[in-house]
Design a protein around this ligand. Structure first.
Ligand code: TYD
Ligand code: MG
Length: 453
């Protein structure tokens, strides 16, 4: 060919980014089915980059000058806590989530609430005017914020090195491209290359970079999954983009703890921090609703109370339906089997629907007890008192097992004005705060005797 660069194609897994010279039904690296896509890759041009000497030499570990990692507060308490106390210099933070959930809003709120920082906001999705329109809506000072509407990575990196901002935001990785990669923006090889370029920029200059990435419900478009290995921190939006609450969870954090959860409320003026999530997760309603039980859970490092809702009704069709939102449906089936086999409740011909309030996804077994109580409450059409909450795991033989950090759960329940908490009889709990009665139950039978008299 006249250009000297030979174009050939390779197959990439859209789940994990693994590359292969030929199509495969199942990715050998991550085991996902039907995820390989074909992309053209340029050969010959690439060496240009890798041959450049960085001028660095290996040095003894003991000689490396050590100072505490430099963190910068983003003036957003929830976000700072999620990052482990502020953003670390030279780190690459990925914010992932479905379209419309609030990634652009959150990332524009950061420079607006930190006017003292020189921020380079690179937008590939919206025009500079649209960003301005959004900024007007969000309010706040935009003193140090530079808007740069560009999608070619080489230009962005060059501009960032020239300006040397205190913080950089790139919205979004799917729109960026490098001229050294042949395939179109949003493809696996482009996403990997763009993220690697930003990582190099962050590490060499110390500029913290916030990168936005979309994910779809089906995970069909190449996205954050591929980037998880490359970036330092992954924050992911969860929950429903139709509701007003948005949950942001840290899935990976090289500089702090993971599974931290931050709660935001989408208002007319952007995302507002919700510092007390229990308030949103136990909605107020009239006394006497059946099928509702409150669970004291710990998500990340914070305890909070969550309303579990269940509906049990006679199956209309032959096979009963079981559906769960925010809870593992296999675990629900297991709990129903335990109720049937160990406590004699006839649920096999009933439809069971389960829902966690606020769009939260719960994976903690401590929620089991509340799930069982919500199901039984709906089944008997007997309302559980509004001042009662639960924390316990249910075992296969119907026993109620203790869960970690029981005291913190009791403390949070007492703080919110609950009068009774049901926990396992096998756990220890000293230092019970004033005003709350701790009821210990050993198995489902004794729970029912105590609760549904
Ligand atoms: P956006 O940040 O554009 O989502 P993403 O970048 O993740 O695709 O958020 C879009 C939604 O947020 C949109 O439906 C409108 C809503 N929104 C508000 O409710 N209030 C606001 O102040 C702003 C800026 C957006
Ligand atoms: Mg956006």
């Amino acid at each position: 060919m006249a250009t000297g660069a030979k174009t050939k194609t390779k197959w990439f897994c859209t789940e994990c980014g693994n590359e292969s010279p030929k199509w495969m039904g199942r990715c050998p690296a991550c085991g996902a089915w039907n995820t390989m896509v074909e992309e053209s890759v340029a050969t010959g041009k690439k060496e240009k980059q890798s041959c450049v000497s960085s001028g660095r030499k290996p040095e003894p570990l003991s000689n490396i000058d050590f100072s505490e990692e430099q963190r910068r507060s983003l003036h957003n308490a929830e976000l700072d806590r999620l990052l482990g106390g502020g953003i670390v210099e030279g780190s690459l933070v990925l914010i992932g989530g479905e379209p419309g959930i609030g990634k652009s809003t959150l990332s524009l709120q950061i420079p607006l609430s930190c006017p003292e920082l020189k921020t380079l906001y690179v937008t590939g999705e919206e025009s500079a005017k649209q960003v301005k329109l959004r900024a007007n809506r969000l309010g706040g000072e935009s003193g140090g914020c530079l808007i740069y509407s560009e999608t070619l990575m080489e230009n962005i990196v060059e501009e960032a090195r020239r300006i040397m901002p205190d913080l950089m935001v790139v919205d979004s990785v799917q729109t960026m491209f490098s001229q050294y990669v042949e395939s179109s923006p949003g493809s696996v090889s482009q996403i990997k290359e763009c993220a690697a370029m930003l990582l190099r920029l962050a590490k060499e200059t110390g500029i913290p970079v916030i990168l936005i990435g979309h994910i779809t419900k089906e995970g069909s478009i190449a996205g954050p999954k591929i980037l998880e290995h490359i970036v330092d921190v992954v924050l992911q939006f969860e929950g429903d983009n139709r509701g007003t609450y948005r949950l942001l969870r840290s899935i990976k954090n090289r500089f702090g703890s993971t599974s931290e959860l931050a709660v935001f409320e989408m208002t007319g003026k952007g995302l507002r921090e919700v510092s007390n999530p229990s308030e949103m997760l136990i909605p107020m309603h009239a006394e006497g609703l059946s099928g509702v039980a409150v669970s004291a859970i710990i998500d990340g490092t914070r305890p909070f109370l969550l309303e579990v809702q269940a509906l049990v009704s006679s199956a209309v069709y032959g096979t009963p339906q079981r559906s769960a939102t925010g809870f593992d449906v296999r675990r629900l089936n297991m709990l129903l089997a335990v109720l049937e086999k160990r406590a004699g409740f006839k649920l096999s011909m009933k439809d069971v629907f389960l829902n966690m309030a606020g769009g939260l996804k719960v994976s903690e077994p401590a929620c089991d007890l509340a799930v069982v109580c919500a199901v039984l409450s709906s089944n008997f059409d007997y309302a559980i008192g509004q001042d009662i909450c639960f924390a316990g795991e249910v075992g296969l033989s119907g026993e109620i097992r203790p869960v970690g950090q029981t005291e913190r759960r009791i403390g949070e329940a007492a703080r919110l004005g609950f009068k009774k908490i049901y926990i396992s009889a096998y756990g220890v709990s000293d230092n019970v705060p004033e005003g709350i009665e701790v009821i210990k139950v050993a198995d489902i039978a004794s729970l029912c005797r105590s609760l549904f008299r």
